[in-house]
Ligand binder design. Structure first.
Ligand code: NAD
Length: 295
């Protein structure tokens, strides 16, 4: 019997992940608060639902890709939420990046109803979501991962079982801290170079082939040179991930420092009204602070 899927949250990541599952032939019902986000999936054969409850009714596996804990917790745990409304035997998989406490609460509620839950935050950005090359970090019972592994293989190449619920969102927050620290350091370095009269493209090319290279380097061609700051990955979401990283660091009493500078830049971008822009927009803020007048 073919596994039927509900996919809720069809934004920058959810939409291409749902499309890759659809391409593998899984019958799919989709829902997003923003109806326009479902259009291309419906055109490709998914069934559009008028509500989340309608989308999940009858689904064997429910996927969510929502902004963060404030959306994910009520979605699953409210009286009329997914834990209450999913069909008997359903598996619930949250692909969002959330506080580690969130999957722990949802797993407990799901188990109490005899359902299975897996946290499965992803990494690799929109390009990775489109290419189905995401890293998928899972936390919860390994037997649940085993059951949904073929579906996760439709969205990602590297699938990990990290530990119990909460473990996957812990490594996810650590990864995103590193990603944004790399990117902010690159942006500071490039602005120093610009002020010293160097060419942006040349700097990007040299760093790519030198020891300062990182996953942040493709931003030079993709965002900084064309000045394209559309998401991608929104500042508001990276700020949330740094909140998660700092919450974990506090809880375990570990000193952290670079992450504070990275969050300083996310906060500046939020204050400038750039919460819905790509995190690369921080480049323009550093330029301004350095007295460069690019828009
Ligand atoms: P997004 O803001 O583009 O998409 C979120 C979608 O959820 C929106 O379409 C919104 O309308 C919908 N939504 C919000 N609340 C809802 C609800 N209650 N019911 C139905 N739909 C609802 O965000 P995104 O970039 O797609 O990120 C989704 C998750 O993946 C986040 O947790 C993010 O941190 C994580 N993530 C993002 C990236 C990236 O590069 N964008 C990479 C890895 C992980």
């Amino acid at each position: 019997m073919t596994t039927s899927v509900a996919f809720i949250g069809l934004g920058n990541m959810g939409n291409p992940m749902a499309m890759n599952l659809l391409k593998k032939g899984y019958p799919m019902t989709v829902f997003d608060l923003n109806a326009a986000a479902a259009k291309n999936l419906i055109a490709a054969g998914a069934k559009g639902a008028a509500s989340a409850a309608e989308a999940i009714a009858g689904a064997d596996v429910v996927f969510t890709s929502l902004p963060g804990s404030p959306q994910v917790e009520p979605f699953y745990l409210d009286a009329g939420g997914a834990v209450a409304k999913a069909k008997d035997g359903a598996i619930l998989v949250d692909l969002s990046s959330v506080l580690p406490a969130t999957p722990r609460k949802i797993e407990a509620a799901a188990k109490a109803r005899g359902l299975r839950f897996l946290e499965a935050p992803v990494s690799g950005g929109v390009t990775g979501a489109q290419a189905a090359t995401l890293a998928v970090m899972t936390g919860g019972d390994a037997s649940v991962l085993e059951r949904v592994q073929p579906l996760l293989e439709a969205i990602g190449k590297n699938i990990y079982h990290v530990g119990p619920a909460g473990a996957a969102n812990t490594i996810k927050a650590i990864n995103n801290m590193l990603s944004t620290v790399n990117a902010c350091a690159l942006m500071e370095g490039l602005v120093v170079g610009l002020k010293a009269g160097l060419d942006l493209k040349t700097m990007g090319e040299i760093i790519k082939n030198s020891s300062g290279n990182s996953n942040a380097i493709p931003r030079v061609e993709r965002a900084f040179i064309p000045r394209n700051f559309e998401p991608g990955f929104k500042v508001a979401l990276m700020n949330k991930d740094l909140d998660t990283f700092h919450a974990i660091a506090k809880e375990v009493h570990a000193p952290v420092s670079f992450s504070n500078m990275a969050q300083h830049y996310q906060q500046s971008a939020l204050a400038a009204g750039f919460g819905e822009k790509d995190t690369s927009v921080i480049f323009s803020l550093i330029e301004q602070q350095a007295g460069l007048n690019n828009k």
